[in-house]
Each structure stands twice: as structure tokens, then as C-alpha cells.
Ligand binder design. Structure first.
Ligand code: CA
Length: 496
């Protein structure tokens, strides 16, 4: 896994034209060549809005673009065959392929059922604000378009802990369903809103043993069908962590595969919650370093008012580097999205240097930084906004530096609030390796840093091309490196 790099191969607004799987298939070889080792693909199953669904609003986890359901055979990203071909192309190119697993909720049920439910206070879900009464809930999923193929399991209200709509009165609220498997909500770690089991749509109740059994059967089917390498788990903050312990143990035991797994526990300001989740899941999965992404966001907003020495404070990569997936952006934080927290353009090369060129963390590059994007959606003000995200000009250089140069002992120079740097002295396994990285969030700066005596007398140049001069390393193995204002420079030894 040394210097492995992941790519999130989609963004929220990727065109709903059924082209993503083919796009990935066509790109797989090139991605491997530019230094990508693993790819996180979006959910492959049919969502409730058909081709308009990103897949996070699950309708049928057995429909990978195979059945005429929700108004379409293909999903937003293509057909089942195109998905299978894409996964195979990725693996053939030497990439690890991670699939996105969404098991917290489902939507788009065909049939209503009369169920007993209690209304809850949305701010405190443990507070029931009504006695149990009959509502009509969309909880019966029969999947007529699939007609029992792959699985005959029928989901009904015994499989769900809550819904947000009573069709009888047409009232929208959060309803806790009374089924035979548990009282109230499932045990989740997060205490936001009292209990954060319920997120959206019909919330899957994993206390029901038949549900757990069905989800294992599905996992087995999915792997035997598609043959991926690992998982990205959606919305685990809203699920009982013991469920995924059981599910991952089953999958790993059944197939004798590692199934590298990274989970989305989105809590940017709450490192303690991430650590608690790691404790309860006993290290079975890595987590996205949401606190680090928040630090990047703050640093990008505050400019020279931000103390760069603190950029790794209260982050997962600082405390549990072996389980941290570091990132600059994802499909939820990108502009106009629900958790919008976009790292500003000037800081993105600095942020990528911080995740790609240091020894800790498993970095995940965001799609738009490699491909750019342009889209229109309504913002918080309700007005339509057009967003254009440029490809990050330096991303391929940074990937190449990670792959060929960022090795060996790391020396840190986090000694100035506006200018930090580090060096890697290189190693014998990677001829020509060794770097000196310098970041400034103010005017141009310079800093003396040690790269090691093996470079004495040698000249270094800024591989990103921002500073046009050479730095000579002195007898003691130190160089006086430079960086432009609001920029990053990555110095590498000139070939002898
Ligand atoms: Ca839940």
C-alpha cells in the first residue's frame, strides 16, 4: 500500500446520460499510468429517481441497470453490463476497484402498508410526541420489474425503523415505526438530534435478522457478479456499527479477501466521534478524514490569517494515520451540495501537497480536480447558480511526485504560521527520490530545510515550475528553498 492513491471517480453533478461506466472503462489504463492505484465508483444500483438518481436514494440493490424499474433499465451511470465491463477494465489495468454500499435507507416502495407509528421531535428523536397510531407508510418493496430474479426477498414494514411520510394524512414528519424487532430507534453512536438513526426515506432496520441475512446474501451475490476489491460504506453515522462489523466479517470470511473498506462517518468538527467509531468497529474499516477537510476549508477561507502550523490539529491522519483516508473535496462538499464546504481554488494545490507528499494517510483525489466540471443547480438562496470547476493544473505533477519522489525519512518545518515545509530524503528503492516542499499562505518566503548530506553540492528545482531558480544543497545537506506567495513549491534534485 506504500504511496497508494485513490480516486473518487464521480462528482454529484456528473451528467445523467448513462456514460460514466464507459468513461471509466476508457480511462482506466491512463489513470494507472498517472499514478492512481484505486478507484471509488458511485453506487451501482438503481435509485428511486431512475436515471436522475446518484444512487444514494436506493431503490433496489439487486438492480445494477438490468431491469425496467423507476422508468429506466440503465442507471444514471449506464447498464449492468457496462458496469461489469468497467470494473473488469479497472482490474485489468491494475487498479483496485471500490464499490459504494448504501444500506441505511431505501425509497420508492410500490405499496403502502398500515402500520403503527409514533411521531418524534425532529430535534430530539428520542422524544416521542404522539402515542402510537395508524399511518400509511410506503414500506412494501416488491420490485415487480425484477420479478424475483436474484432474490425473492420482499421488504415490508418489519424491515424499517422509520419513515418521513404518512400517506393517510399526507403529513411529512419523522415517524418511528413499531415493528416486532425493536422499540424505537436503533443504537447508533452519534447523539446529534438525540439519536441519528433516521436520515431519510425508509430507514432500514438491521435488528431484523432476516434483513441482516438478506444483506449478506446480497453482498455475496454482488461480489460474485462484479468482482470488485473493496468498499466505500455510505452514511455509517446513521447505522448500528455492529451491523457492518458482522457484514464485513461475513464477506471477508466467505471470500477470504481483504476487501479494503473506507466508511463515511461525516463529522468534520468531531474527531472524538471518529475515534469512538474506530474503537467500536475495532479497526475493520478506515474513515474519511472529515476534520482534515474542514481544516483545509478554513485555511482556504482565512488566507494569511490561518496558522498553517495547525493544519493537522484534531485530524484523523494525525492520530490514526493507518486508518485515515485524506481528501480535499468530495461529492457532498462540492459547491451547491448539502454539506458544501468547498476548499477554495488557490489552496487546493497546497492541500493536495499536504495529502499526497507526506508519509501518512491514504489520499483520495476528487474527480473534478482531474477532469473539471460545469453544472447548474439552486443554491441555499433558492436561485440557480452556474458553477465551473477547473481541473487542477498541478494534479498530475503532484501524483507523479507522490509516485516517484515522496519517499524516505520525513523532516518537518512547521515553524511559521504562514509558511510550513517538509522534506523527504528519498530511499534506495526509488532512484532519484527525495523532495523539499514549501507552502505559503502569505507573500513569497524562503526556508532552510535539511534534505540530507547525500545531496550535498546537488541542485534542486521546483518541479511545479512556480519558482524559476535553482537551489544548491550545502555540505551539511541543507538548502534554502523558496515559495511564491499563496503557493506551493516542490523541489526535487536535478539528475546528475
Ligand atoms: Ca439508520
Amino acid at each position: 500500500m506504500e504511496n497508494f492513491t485513490m480516486l473518487q471517480f464521480f462528482e454529484w453533478y456528473y451528467p445523467a446520460d448513462g456514460s460514466l461506466w464507459n468513461h471509466f472503462k476508457a480511462e482506466a489504463k491512463r489513470l494507472k499510468q498517472i499514478g492512481i492505484d484505486s478507484v471509488w465508483l458511485p453506487p451501482a444500483h438503481k435509485g428511486m429517481e431512475g436515471t436522475a438518481s446518484t444512487g444514494y436514494d436506493v431503490y433496489d440493490i439487486y438492480d445494477l441497470g438490468e431491469f425496467d424499474q423507476r422508468g429506466t433499465v440503465a442507471t444514471k451511470y449506464g447498464t449492468k453490463q457496462e458496469f461489469l465491463d468497467a470494473v473488469k477494465a479497472g482490474r485489468d489495468a491494475g487498479l483496485q476497484v471500490y464499490v459504494d454500499i448504501v444500506l441505511n435507507h431505501m425509497g420508492g416502495a410500490e405499496e403502502k402498508e398500515t402500520v403503527l407509528a409514533r411521531k418524534v421531535n425532529p430535534e430530539n428523536r428520542n422524544e416521542f410526541i404522539s402515542e402510537p397510531y395508524e399511518i400509511e407508510a410506503y414500506t412494501k418493496f416488491t420490485f415487480p420489474g425484477r420479478n424475483g430474479k436474484h432474490s425473492e426477498f420482499v421488504w415490508d414494514f418489519q424491515c424499517f425503523s422509520g419513515v418521513d411520510f404518512d400517506a393517510k394524512t399526507e403529513e411529512t414528519a419523522i415517524f418511528s415505526i413499531q415493528n416486532q424487532y425493536g422499540e424505537g430507534w436503533q443504537d447508533v453512536l452519534d447523539e446529534e438530534n438525540g439519536n441519528y438513526d433516521y436520515l431519510m426515506l425508509s430507514d432500514i432496520d438491521c435488528r431484523n435478522p432476516f434483513v441482516r441475512e438478506e444483506l449478506k446474501r446480497w453482498g455475496k451475490w454482488f461480489y460474485e457478479t462484479a468482482g470488485f476489491n473493496g468498499f466505500r460504506l455510505d452514511a455509517v453515522k446513521h447505522m448500528d456499527p455492529l451491523f457492518f462489523n458482522e457484514w464485513l466479517d461475513y464477506m471477508r470470511g466467505e471470500f477470504k479477501q481483504e476487501f479494503y473498506t473506507v466508511a463515511e462517518y461525516w463529522a468534520p468538527g468531531d474527531l472524538a466521534a471518529l475515534l469512538k467509531y474506530i474503537e467500536v468497529t475495532e479497526g475493520r474499516m478506515s474513515l474519511f478524514d472529515a476534520p482534515l477537510q474542514a481544516n483545509f476549508f478554513n485555511a482556504s477561507k482565512q488566507g494569511e490569517g490561518y496558522d498553517l502550523r495547525t493544519v493537522f490539529d484534531n485530524t484523523l491522519v494525525q492520530l490514526r494515520p493507518e486508518l485515515a483516508v485524506t481528501l480535499v473535496e468530495n461529492h457532498d462538499t462540492q459547491p451547491l451540495q448539502s454539506l458544501e464546504q468547498t476548499v477554495e481554488a488557490w489552496f487546493r494545490p497546497l492541500a493536495y501537497a499536504l495529502i499526497l507528499l507526506r508519509e501518512s494517510g491514504y489520499p483520495c483525489v476528487f474527480y473534478t480536480d482531474l477532469y473539471g466540471a460545469s453544472y447548474i443547480d439552486s443554491g441555499e438562496d433558492g436561485l440557480e447558480h452556474e458553477v465551473t470547476l477547473e481541473k487542477l493544473e498541478s494534479i498530475e505533477s503532484l501524483l507523479e511526485l507522490r509516485r516517484h519522489a515522496a519517499y524516505g525519512l520525513q523532516r518537518d518545518y512547521f515553524d511559521d504560521p504562514n509558511c510550513i515545509g517538509w522534506t523527504r530524503e528519498g530511499d534506495d528503492e526509488h532512484p532519484g527520490s527525495g523532495i523539499a516542499v514549501l507552502l505559503s499562505n502569505t507573500a513569497e518566503r524562503e526556508k532552510n530545510m535539511e534534505v540530507g548530506k547525500q545531496f550535498s553540492g546537488r541542485f534542486f528545482v521546483d518541479k511545479l515550475g512556480h519558482v524559476q531558480e535553482q537551489v544548491q544543497i550545502n555540505e551539511e545537506g541543507w538548502g534554502n528553498f523558496k515559495v511564491s506567495g499563496g503557493s506551493v513549491s516542490v523541489w526535487v534534485p536535478l539528475a546528475e
